[in-house]
Design a protein around this ligand. Structure first.
Ligand code: SAH
Length: 352
């Protein structure tokens, strides 16, 4: 165990000792804040790889998609906002593409990791950082992008026991690690009717932070105008299931061991995100499969152009395109949802 991991484990253990078991969400929040704060976890030599790190084509498609809306709507100004920008690669590729269409928005990043903020500044030197949503500009429409951001937010879990639904809580296990057990308080009222009588052991998840962020941003878009694009792995209808997972060095690991040393994620509830947007009066496109959206926005044409100017990289470009688009790669696992203000153009790529 590294010193960092030991520190996070000691802190969590002390908290559990002092106040009793903590929720899975509190555990995940402490673990992920430490994990992202300590270093850059992305890339082939890190723990996991994301679409913008696979190929520049991903960020370019986001840039083309935004430029298309901007050209059709022509707001006087418009801010680019990205949630959890990682290394800033997506933003750099998107902004370079947008510049070709004559659009140079101001750039705002919501990011809480000091290590990643430093990387993002190298990729996008003019970026303005935000600790929370309140400080985002209020004077113009927002074009908001979130790739693999919502999956990092803490989920609460509920489990159906013989005695009814209980929140899953985290305790110390016999060794140096932690374990999740059903808590003592009844939580049946928090479970949607349709799932109350599920099979014993069923798990129901919610992500209050995701709902809150989506609600706040939707309210902003309804007031200021703009669009939001959310890309992540997740489900499109309400569902049961334990989706909490840990990844370290590109392999699955036990989420309840070594907190702060591995990436904890949960699948994103796109049904809930879409509802938050609709409740604010926004229009929604998708969720659609990432592969369908990328093809609709023009990734194949871009791949051809890139190959023509870099013939020696043809095989790499095709491999990256396939990884992003095909069902065996990220094409169907990843979903994409757009929310946009009434009166704004219908976004491309959703087959509307
Ligand atoms: N979007 C990037 C990185 C995904 S990893 C890419 O596609 O490559 C998740 C990102 O969200 C990291 O930048 C992480 O530091 C950030 N993040 C996670 N939780 C956050 C939170 N609560 N507030 C702000 N940023 C957060």
């Amino acid at each position: 165990m590294s010193p960092d991991s030991a520190q996070v484990s000691v802190r969590l253990a002390q908290e559990i000792e002092a106040s009793g078991p903590i929720s899975v969400a509190d555990y995940m929040r402490v673990a992920n804040t430490a994990y992202y704060g300590r270093a850059d976890p992305l890339g082939a030599e890190g723990d996991f790889i994301t679409a913008p790190e696979i190929s520049q084509m991903f960020g370019e498609m986001v840039g083309i998609w935004l430029s298309d809306i901007w050209l059709r709507h022509r707001p006087a100004t418009c801010h680019y906002v990205e949630l959890g920008p990682g290394r800033g690669t997506l933003a750099a590729d998107a902004l370079r593409t947008m510049q070709r269409f004559g659009w140079e928005p101001s750039v705002h990043f919501l990011e809480n990791s000091p290590a990643l903020r430093a990387k993002q500044l190298q990729a996008v030197p003019d970026a303005i950082f935000h600790d929370n949503l309140d400080s985002l500009p209020t004077d113009a429409p927002l074009c908001i992008v979130a790739n693999e951001f919502f999956d990092a937010l803490p989920v609460q879990q509920f489990i159906l026991t013989q005695a009814g639904w209980r929140e899953r809580v985290v305790v110390r296990d016999d060794g140096a690690g932690f374990a999740a057990l059903p808590g003592v308080c009844a939580t049946d009222d928090l479970i949607p009717e349709q799932f109350r009588d599920a099979a014993l052991g069923s798990i129901y998840e919610i992500c209050p932070d995701a709902s809150s962020i989506m609600q706040q941003l939707s309210a902003r878009l309804a007031k200021q105008g703009g669009v939001m694009l959310v890309i992540d792995y997740g489900y499109t209808q309400p569902a049961l299931g334990d989706t909490l997972q840990a990844v370290q060095s590109h392999a699955y690991a036990d989420p309840f061991n070594n907190p702060g040393q591995l990436d904890l994620t949960a699948h994103v509830d796109f049904f809930e995100l879409a509802n938050c947007a609709k409740n604010s009066g926004l229009l929604v496109a998708g969720p659609s499969d990432q592969g369908v959206w990328l093809s609709g926005v023009g990734i194949d044409q871009r791949a051809q152009i890139l190959t023509a100017s870099n013939p020696t990289r043809a095989a790499d470009i095709t491999a990256a395109r396939n990884r992003l688009v095909t069902p065996g790669g990220m094409g169907t696992l990843f979903k994409i949802l757009a929310a946009y203000n009434q009166g704004w153009p219908q976004p491309a790529g959703f087959g509307l």
